[in-house]
Design a protein around this ligand. Structure first.
Ligand SMILES: Nc1ncnc2c1ncn2[C@@H]1O[C@H](COP(=O)(O)OP(=O)(O)OP(=O)(O)O)[C@@H](O)[C@H]1O
Ligand SMILES: [Mg+2]
Length: 235
């Protein structure tokens, strides 16, 4: 059964720059169902991060409606947005965003801490999550003691720890070499096979080809939305 997880309806994000107006999102309508693996692609400045911030409930649109898991976010307060973000979304960023003074386990525990999960359960779930990315033995290490690929795996573990409805990744392989990128992409594919919904933002069309569906943005508008095979055919 197809159940919508993300519903964007006529989303606009408009920045006023003096007398100029920048339409970073310009009437974007998009539905993503549970279980999908979608790549959002586009050139630099096309509006990808803008859209990622809206989908991630990190920013609100100038106009339009955004439903996440059926809940209308436009009426939500900042606190409510923070809550739904914490509960529903696991973020993966290009620069990992791990806290340098916390060990791996503490880093992975962080979103669970914010979500109010009790200490014992937090620890167990974080360890379980580190295990899934094959780094449980290094739980005491600091992020700086790991390679880039390992750090990105920790950030994936952190994203997974809260059992989010959506994994949202912005250029997740942007800082990695090709072999390590491959590993991270294979892992994301694996997570999708297990039923996780994944949205990845990238400027790299070869990475977009790893997804099942591709949405391309140009000047704040969607100018392609289709199956990955269709996308491959127009490259
Ligand atoms: N805070 C802001 N104030 C004014 N303009 C902005 C702001 N944030 C983004 N923009 C503009 O909105 C447009 C879309 O920016 P966005 O960051 O979404 O692009 P992007 O596709 O993520 O690019 P990149 O691949 O370089 O990260 C750009 O023209 C950008 O200059
Ligand atoms: Mg960007």
């Amino acid at each position: 059964m197809e159940e919508p997880l993300i519903q964007l309806r006529h989303i606009y994000k408009i920045y006023e720059m003096g007398s100029e107006e920048v339409r970073a999102s310009d009437d974007v309508s998009l539905t993503i169902n549970r279980g999908e693996f979608v790549a959002i692609v586009g050139k630099s400045g096309s509006g990808k991060s803008t859209l990622m911030n809206i989908i991630g409930a990190l920013d609100v649109p100038t106009d339009g409606e955004y439903l996440l898991g059926g809940e209308d976010t436009s009426e939500m307060s900042d606190d409510q947005l923070a809550h739904i973000r914490n509960k529903m979304i696991g973020f993966i960023f290009q620069q990992y965003n791990l806290l340098p003074k916390l060990n791996l386990l503490e880093n992975v525990e962080l979103p669970l801490l914010y979500a109010g999960v009790p200490a014992q359960e937090r620890r167990e779930r974080a360890l379980e999550s580190l295990k899934r990315v094959g780094l449980e033995e290094k739980w005491k290490n600091l992020p700086a003691q790991l390679s880039g690929g390992q750090q990105q795996r920790v950030s994936i573990a952190r994203a997974l720890a809260g059992e989010p409805s959506l994994i949202l990744a912005d250029e997740p392989t942007g800082a990695l070499d090709s072999r390590t990128s491959r590993e991270v992409l294979d892992f994301l594919k694996e997570l999708n096979k297990e039923g996780n919904t994944i949205v990845i933002i990238t400027h790299d069309s070869s990475i977009a080809l790893e997804a099942k569906r591709v949405v391309r943005i140009h000047d704040g508008k969607i100018n392609f939305d289709g199956d990955v095979n269709e996308y491959a055919a127009i490259l």
